[in-house]
Design a protein around this ligand. Sequence first.
Ligand code: BTN
Length: 321
Amino acid sequence: MKERVLHILKSAQRISGEEICRQLNISRTAVWKHIKTLKQEGYQIDTQPRLGYQLLKTPDCLYPAEVKAGLETTFIGQKLFHFAQLSSTNDYAKELARDGGAEGAVVVTEAQVGGKGRLGRQWHSVAGEDVALSVLLYPNISPMETPKFSMLAAVAVAKGIEQTCGIKAAIKWPNDLLINGKKVCGILVEMGAEMDRVKYVVLGIGINVNSTPEMWSEDIKYKTTSVKEQNGQPINRVKLVQNLLAQLEALYLLCRERGFAPILEEWCKWCVSLNCQAKVETINGNFTGWVEGIDDSGSLLLRLKDGSVKTFTSGEVSLRL
Ligand code: BTN
């Protein structure tokens, strides 16, 4: 009901409490309570005794009511869980999966305080400035195929950023997004699986959106950027999330219909880590060589000094351009 009050406020210049009661068939007290909650959430609403209410300002928050208004998807993001603070959106999405949460459910938080990165690292998002979200999916795939979804997510983020502000990010294998050589987005894919079947996949996406260098810790500052830093002006986070979710849904449906090949084709267009000298760090050691390409499943093919070609399904690539 609160969302409906907000919708009415957004579509009118100023509107009386009585008129809201009439349109929604609720009491004056109920209207007053919803207005009070909206104000607590940061909506600036001018209240005049006889003239009624006027919405003056919408807060820069990823509230479901904001993201869902104008969200061009049929299922991704249609169920949206928003938290002022959360340890990790991925952990929450995994709990949802275990409780049979809907496909396409999205978990988003303003302040992620225990963000997880790839290879056991931490991920820091700046509260109220960046985006930390997770998407729950139930693809019909084997556990070996999960990395494909991290590549699919990387393409969706690249396209979502370009659609929002025109900036072209580059993908570094398997799923880091860089702008001018600095990291702007990281993706962590987690899954629940049986021996030969994936039960669920969680796509965890962290984008540095409106944070600025003084907000980043010294150890990551030199290799980090944000969309705002590159764009020169703030980014509308709601718009970015809407675009990203729409791109994600389109690619996911394409993958369901035609397989991974068209996704990989798109991915290659955005990728910067092909045909170059690179170091690949893995839990089994570091390897340097020439990146020959990517195989059909998205694994990296590195030609080593001895001429042999090594296949990587995970690892951290440093480019020697
Ligand atoms: C990386 O190491 O590059 C991956 C970072 C992934 C961070 C995102 S933020 C949303 C989601 N929740 C998490 O705890 N991690 C992912």
